[in-house]
Design a protein. Structure first.
Length: 290
């Protein structure tokens, strides 16, 4: 699939990069939500820009259509399911001689008790590249969260280096060998890292060719590492102003996180008014449609 994807949309990326303004590096701030006066049953807010009139229609897309290349699904999904967190994964070869470091945005958290993470690889087990091969061989690794202050170095580790070449040298990041449960090093520049053990592995088959095309590795977090200036006193909260996490968008685009807002999780009885409150919303909606 990768051979069919143009990952660089610019003929001269350095020229395009030079034409853009330098990052403003604003501090992390909290803002109001788009609609602070929103109430139950109100639907979408009316924050700018205003919706088009008439509203554009939606078009269905069959991901398994025989005339649709899998590369189009890849490009569509990575541009729509955003921003995605990025796992900068540190692994070791079976003999411990080759240290690998690579970023993955097919990544998320699935559970906290036990801490469960998943990473997706766009290859089957029999064509596993370095990181997946090392996970399968050793059953362990370190997930490091990427921050703005080392994003270029982290991105450089996605290079198509041959097996045995260390991306630690290519990126210039600091390998810290103090993990308590696993053998691979953690990234010293990372504000937050997680030592992980492989919990399970599952392969996926293409719905069109029937070939095995992807692998999901479920990982259990067995040790957390947090920078002291980023974590609160009871070690339960990472300060986003210190973490400054980087997210993955579509194509070669990344996103910074420097602005946030807060929304409390509503309670059915206390905030909605229970079933009586729900009935009021339904009645209001029916009256509006008549």
């Amino acid at each position: 699939m990768s051979d069919r994807i143009n990952r660089n949309p610019h003929p001269d990326f350095n020229k395009v990069q030079a034409s853009r303004p330098a990052p403003s590096n604003p501090p992390f701030t909290y803002t109001q939500t788009a609609s602070p006066t929103w109430s139950f049953g109100s639907g979408a807010n009316t924050s700018p820009p205003p919706p088009p009139s008439p509203p554009p229609r939606h078009v269905p897309i069959d991901p398994a259509h025989p005339d649709r290349p899998a590369a189009l699904n890849y490009k569509l999904l990575i541009s729509a399911i955003v921003p995605r967190p990025i796992a900068l994964l540190s692994t070791l070869s079976r003999d411990g001689a080759a240290a690998n470091l690579a970023p993955f945005s097919y990544f998320s958290m699935m559970s906290h008790d036990p801490p469960i993470l998943v990473i997706g690889f766009a290859s089957p087990v029999d064509r596993a590249k370095d990181s997946l091969r090392n996970l399968l061989d050793t059953g362990e690794g370190v997930v490091n969260i990427i921050s703005d202050h080392f994003v270029e170095a982290a991105n450089s580790t996605s290079i198509d280096a041959p097996f045995g070449v260390s991306e630690w040298d290519i990126g210039g990041l600091t390998a810290v060998h103090d993990c308590e449960v696993v053998s691979p090093a953690r990234v010293g520049e990372a504000v937050f890292s997680i030592e992980v053990k492989v919990e399970s592995v599952r392969e996926w088959e293409s719905r069109t060719s029937g070939d095995k095309t992807g692998t999901m590795v479920v990982l259990e977090g067995v040790r957390f590492w947090a920078r002291e200036d980023a974590i609160d006193s009871d070690r339960s909260l990472i300060d986003p102003a210190v973490l400054r996490p980087i997210g993955r968008l579509g194509g070669i685009t990344y996103s910074r996180t420097n602005e946030g807002f807060e929304l409390t999780r509503p309670k059915f009885d206390e905030d909605l008014g229970g079933r009586a409150g729900l009935d009021k919303i339904k009645k209001k909606s029916r009256n509006a449609m008549e």
